[in-house]
Design a protein around this ligand. Structure first.
Ligand code: SF4
Length: 61
């Protein structure tokens, strides 16, 4: 499974709070996801972040 963040991101920081193993707020003030596969133990948290994103900017698949 991989996570991606689209240009819709408004930089609210919720995904980082939910799953900082996968998401972080980058230098440009928007979220970035790790490029490698999501470690299995963080898949549930990453999906939670996907569901919680207020603008639907996260895809986890
Ligand atoms: S929760 Fe969504 S809008 Fe907020 S920082 Fe993460 S990707 Fe961006």
């Amino acid at each position: 499974m991989k996570a991606t963040v689209s240009e819709e991101c408004i930089g609210c920081g919720l995904c980082e709070s939910t799953c900082d193993a996968v998401f972080s707020i980058g230098d440009e003030g928007v979220a970035v996801a790790i490029e490698e596969d999501i470690p299995e133990e963080y898949e549930d948290a990453a999906k939670e972040a996907e569901e919680g994103c207020p603008v639907g900017a996260i895809t986890v698949e």
